[in-house]
Design a protein around this ligand. Structure first.
Ligand SMILES: [Zn+2]
Length: 411
C-alpha cells in the first residue's frame, strides 16, 4: 500500500494564521466567516477539517453558496444524495429504490428497470414489454390513465413487431440487468437493447409466441403516487460541476498549505476565472433528450480540464490520473498533487465521474501528494499525505482504509 516506495499516512491539518488577512478568493481584506469546503448538508456531521474560518470572506462564501452549491442541491441528483444523508441523520431509511440511472428507473417493487419518459408530455412510465433473462415476457403497464384495454395493447405491440414498425435504440452502456424491451413513446415504438443480438432475440421470441398468453403482467395501480415522487427532471452543468470541484480543491489546498500558498499570484487566473465566469453556465437538463439518448451516462468531462481562462494546457496531456484504490468506499475522495508545473487534482463526489482539474501553473513546490476522503456510511473524514516528495507515480494511490492498520503502512 504505497506509491512506488512512497508510503502515505493519515495526517491532520489546522488552518494556518493568515497574516495578510486577505480572502483567498477575492484577495481583499473583508470580514471572514466560516467556509464549509464541502457543503455541510452533504456531511452527516460537520467536520473540523472541512472548514476554513479565517480565509474566505463573507461575500465570496455567499457567492459560492448562491451560484453553485444551492443550484446543485436544488436541481441536480446531488439534491437526492443530500436527502439520503438527511435520512441517515434522522435515522430514516435510505430511498434504496432510487438508483440514479438516466431515463431508466429501477422499481424495487417489480424488481425491474422501467423506461421513463422525461419529456414534458406523454406517459411518464410508458407501457413496455420486456424479455427477461428467463426468456419470459413481462408487460409493464400503468392502468390509471390508459386509453386502451390490455387486449388492445397486446394487439398494438404485436402489430408493431410483426410489421417491424419500431426504431431500435442500442447502447452497451445499459445496465446488465436491463432487459430488452419495446415501448411506446409519443406514438412511436422504440426497441431498447444492449446489442443487435439482444434486439433480434427479442423480436424472434415475440414472433414465436402468443404474447397475450405468455406475458407476465406488472400492473401499476395505486402505488403510482410514490413512483411520481421518484420521477425528477434534473438539471446538470459540467461547467458548474468543474467550478464546484475546483472550489473544493482550492479550499482544501488552503487548509493544507496555508493561505500564503494559495494567495500566490500564480493562482490569480484561477481565482478570477471562477469568480467572473465569462460565458454562461451550460444548463442542460439531462434525461430529456427528444427521442434519443436513453442512456446519458456522462456527467463530467473525460479529459483534463482547467477552469482558468489563460492557462494553456493540452487536455489530452499525459498527466497521471491519481485516484484512490477502492474509492467506492468513499462518498467523496479528492487527490491533490503536482505534475511538472501543474497543480492537478482528481475529485470524485458520489458516483459522478472524476473531475480531472488543473488548478494552476506554478514553480512553487507542493512537496507531497494529498488525499481527502469522506465516507457517509461511517461519517469518517480523513486527510492523507505521501511521506516525501513524489515525482514518479503509479496511476493509483493506494490509501489504507481509515480503521486500524494505518501505522503499518508508514513504517
Ligand atoms: Zn472574498
Amino acid at each position: 500500500m504505497e506509491i512506488k516506495g512512497h508510503p502515505i499516512k493519515k495526517t491532520r491539518f489546522i488552518e494556518q494564521a493568515n497574516s495578510s488577512n486577505l480572502c483567498i478568493w477575492c484577495r481583499k481584506k473583508k470580514p471572514k466567516n466560516i467556509a464549509h469546503i464541502i457543503s455541510k448538508s452533504l456531511l452527516v456531521n460537520e467536520k473540523h477539517e472541512n472548514k476554513l474560518k479565517i480565509s474566505v470572506c463573507r461575500e465570496c462564501n455567499t457567492f459560492w453558496g448562491n451560484t453553485i452549491e444551492d443550484w446543485f442541491l436544488k436541481y441536480t441528483p446531488i439534491g437526492h444524495w443530500k436527502e439520503n444523508i438527511r435520512n441517515i441523520k434522522t435515522k430514516k431509511s435510505i430511498s434504496r429504490n432510487f438508483k440514479f440511472v438516466p431515463n431508466f428507473i429501477y422499481l424495487e417493487y417489480f424488481k425491474e428497470w422501467i423506461v421513463i419518459n422525461h419529456s414534458e408530455d406523454g406517459e411518464i412510465l410508458p407501457t413496455q414489454i420486456f424479455l427477461t433473462k428467463e426468456n419470459k415476457f413481462k408487460l409493464f403497464h400503468r392502468i390509471s390513465n390508459s386509453k386502451y384495454t390490455l387486449d388492445e395493447i397486446f394487439k398494438q405491440f404485436t402489430t408493431a413487431v410483426k410489421n417491424r414498425e419500431y426504431s431500435i435504440y442500442k447502447s452497451h452502456l445499459l445496465d446488465v440487468e436491463n432487459h430488452p424491451r419495446l415501448f411506446l413513446h409519443k406514438g412511436k415504438y422504440i426497441l431498447v437493447a444492449k446489442s443487435d443480438d439482444e434486439a433480434e432475440s427479442f423480436v424472434l421470441k415475440f414472433f414465436s409466441c402468443n404474447i397475450k398468453n405468455e406475458a407476465i403482467q406488472l400492473i401499476v395501480d395505486n402505488r403510482i403516487g410514490k413512483i411520481e415522487q421518484m420521477h425528477v427532471h434534473y438539471k446538470w452543468s459540467i461547467k458548474r460541476y468543474i467550478s464546484l470541484s475546483s472550489k473544493i480543491v482550492f479550499e482544501f489546498l488552503t487548509l493544507i498549505k496555508g493561505a500564503h500558498f494559495t494567495l500566490n499570484p500564480d493562482f490569480d487566473d484561477f481565482r478570477s476565472s471562477l469568480l467572473n465566469p465569462t460565458s454562461k453556465y451550460d444548463n442542460l437538463s439531462i434525461l430529456n433528450i427528444s427521442e434519443k439518448g436513453f442512456a446519458v451516462k456522462r456527467l463530467n468531462y473525460p479529459n483534463w480540464i482547467t477552469p482558468c481562462n489563460n492557462l494553456v494546457h493540452n487536455s489530452k496531456a499525459r498527466i497521471p490520473t491519481l485516484v484512490l484504490k477502492d474509492e467506492d468506499r468513499f462518498t467523496y475522495s479528492i487527490v491533490i498533487y503536482k505534475f511538472e508545473d501543474f497543480i492537478c487534482a482528481t475529485v470524485k463526489l458520489f458516483q459522478i465521474e472524476h473531475s480531472k482539474i488543473i488548478i494552476a501553473k506554478t514553480t512553487t513546490s507542493l512537496d507531497k501528494i494529498y488525499a481527502i476522503t469522506y465516507s457517509f456510511k461511517d461519517d469518517i473524514f480523513n486527510i492523507y499525505e505521501s511521506s516525501e516528495n513524489v515525482t514518479d507515480y503509479d496511476e493509483l494511490i493506494l490509501v489504507p482504509h481509515y480503521k486500524g492498520d494505518l501505522e503499518k503502512f508508514d513504517t
